[in-house]
Design a protein around this ligand. Structure first.
Ligand code: PLP
Ligand code: COI
Length: 354
């Protein structure tokens, strides 16, 4: 994927909207910065990206994104340290995963410099927008969709790569109580579960609405075959602590290979926490909950960071998790966010300064 990128052009807004934003009360992903990065794929090649004012996109009603859902996205964050310096966390991993998703969805892969240089330029232009308030960060949403037209059910001939920035606070408000799914499936063997494609999320909305109506905030997906194994939640990977062992399921073509998940595994091992990557049965989790060996469950993801789970439901029964003084979740959350916000050494070389 060689590219001959020209300089990224920047067209700035006439007047910034930044003064309208309350940076002390940021929700997740609902306020957008002044600019966005746009890059078109036409005639068999990606064109040089440009930074333009944040604005709606005009598409033909026959654009294939509307009909066949050919779209992929990434989720990442930029953090500001106490000296006002901006940091990214393992951005190359997001770039690589975007192209893994692209391949699966028959979308042309993006050259690395378009992603990395485009992102850096956009973050420099909107740098004032990166929150410095504790617990907030700049949520970054790179995405690609089929902008080419026609009802023929085949890959489009034109695509758009866009990056939008949303200064954001926490993804979850309040306790996270989950429902372990016994009927619906998020993904299947040989399917697209490992790709960050829109349909994986749309398909979860209805079962999640049913779970929310029963008082749960997320569904924990189980395997599509027998609903026997714990897989992942709607927007995060899942960790389970039984006694003093931290367990997470292996990734597969049904599960997103989360960057937070793999970072946590390394951090936990470095701290001397015993970790296991293996299949976890629902039965094992229920048994452990009944005999007091289930100490913690938490979700892990860019948006979710490390989100402790307060309890779960399964087949009409609710199970509460204990509230621990110093949980693995709180220790690991501190360790990972200290690296992300440049408050601690970064022994793994994950941080990338702007
Ligand atoms: N699983 C799903 C379905 C997700 O949407 C996400 C979020 O991106 C994750 C897991 C966690 O992945 P990451 O840690 O790379 O953000
Ligand atoms: C992320 O954590 O970045 C995600 O993409 C999850 C999303 C559904 C908010």
């Amino acid at each position: 994927m060689n590219s001959t990128m020209q300089n990224i052009s920047v067209e700035k807004v006439k007047k910034s909207k930044i003064e309208e934003v309350d940076f002390n009360n940021l929700a997740f992903g609902s306020v957008f910065t002044d600019h966005m990065l746009v890059c078109d794929y036409k005639d068999g090649a990606w064109e040089t990206p440009k930074v333009i004012p944040y604005q709606p996109i005009s598409l033909d009603p026959s654009a294939k994104i509307f009909h066949y859902g050919q779209s992929i996205f990434e989720g990442m964050k930029a953090y500001k340290d106490d000296n006002n310096k901006t940091w990214l966390f393992r951005p190359l991993e997001n770039f690589k995963r975007l192209n893994i998703s692209a391949k699966r969805m028959a979308i042309p892969e993006l050259p690395e410099e378009f992603f990395m240089e485009g992102l850096k330029t956009l973050l420099e232009v909107d740098n004032q927008w990166i929150p410095q308030t504790e617990g907030s960060s700049m949520y970054i949403r790179p995405f690609i969709f089929a902008s080419g037209n026609g009802f023929h059910a085949s890959p489009a001939d034109a695509y758009k790569f866009i990056i939008c920035l949303a200064p954001s606070g926490s993804y979850f408000s309040g306790k996270v109580k989950v429902l372990i799914e016994e009927k619906y499936s998020r993904s299947a063997n040989g399917g697209v579960g490992y790709a960050k494609t829109g349909g994986n999320y749309a398909g979860q909305f209805y079962p999640t609405q049913l779970a929310v109506a029963k008082g749960y905030s997320q569904v924990v997906w189980t395997d599509d075959h027998n609903h026997e194994y714990i897989e992942e939640a709607g927007a995060m990977n899942i960790f389970i602590r039984i006694d003093d062992t931290l367990i997470t399921g292996p990734t597969s073509d049904r599960i997103l290979d989360g960057i937070t998940r793999k970072s946590i595994l390394q951090l936990a091992e470095k701290k001397g926490i015993k970790t296991e990557v293996r299949k976890i049965t629902v039965t094992e989790v229920i048994e452990a909950a009944k005999n007091g060996r289930l100490k913690e469950m938490f979700g892990a993801g860019t948006a979710a960071v490390v989100s402790p789970i307060s309890g779960f439901g399964y087949k009409g029964v609710d199970y509460d998790l204990p509230e621990l003084e110093s949980s693995f979740a709180s220790q690991i959350k501190k360790d990972i966010t200290d690296i992300q916000y440049n408050r601690a050494e970064d022994p793994f070389g994950w941080r990338v300064g702007l």
